[in-house]
Design a binder for this molecule. Sequence first.
Ligand SMILES: C[S@@+](CC[C@H](N)C(=O)[O-])C[C@H]1O[C@@H](n2cnc3c(N)ncnc32)[C@H](O)[C@@H]1O
Length: 204
Amino acid sequence: MDNPQQNQKKWDSAAGAYDFSTAGGPEARWRPFKKTLFSKMAGKVLFLAVGTGLDIGCFPQGQDITGIDISPKMLEKARPRIDAYDGQMTVHQMDVHEMTFDDATFDQVFTSCTFCSVPDPVRGLSALRRVLKPGGSLNMFEHTGSHIFPFNVMLNVANPLMRRLGPEVNRNTVGNVQKAGFEITRVNNIFLDVVKTIEAVPAC
Ligand SMILES: C[S@@+](CC[C@H](N)C(=O)[O-])C[C@H]1O[C@@H](n2cnc3c(N)ncnc32)[C@H](O)[C@@H]1O
């Protein structure tokens, strides 16, 4: 598992080419699904992780959004998109495992292609649970491992290389959300069982 310094360094290194490698293909394809998920934003929202800000174009106008990302280089690239957002958006360079927000600060948490990347996903998700208000919700757009042959084998084989460059591609994120003390309210598979939205609330 990457330590926080290694993790930050990896994503700082990825920042320069991130838009080139992502914006044209996958991002264009997933935009409508992200827009649908993000249209549920309401109240005080925590957004993880901002990256270069590609998600910001999918946010509904007029929201009160706090964004975090571990990588200062990613946030530097995101700055023009943050400034252009038609609503209130503040960002912090922060590791999800070590967030400094008070307990029960946010009405909703949104994540986007992030729990493939956070080194200790169950600890990161538990930290998100801590900062959610009672009655709050977790809303995720994520890619995960697969149960479908041969995609499960392909993702397992690709994972050691992929995790060196950036994300892990074979995680059981739905299981990790449950392990972190959430109750799943909805899973919507978008591409096979690999790309999906996950909605959850803190378990009683
Ligand atoms: C695959 S990128 C996704 C960025 C953006 N949401 C998008 O879809 O374009 C993963 C992001 O997670 C951030 N990240 C990784 N580990 C993190 C952590 N522990 N805390 C906060 N952000 C983290 C990385 O810096 C990177 O910007």
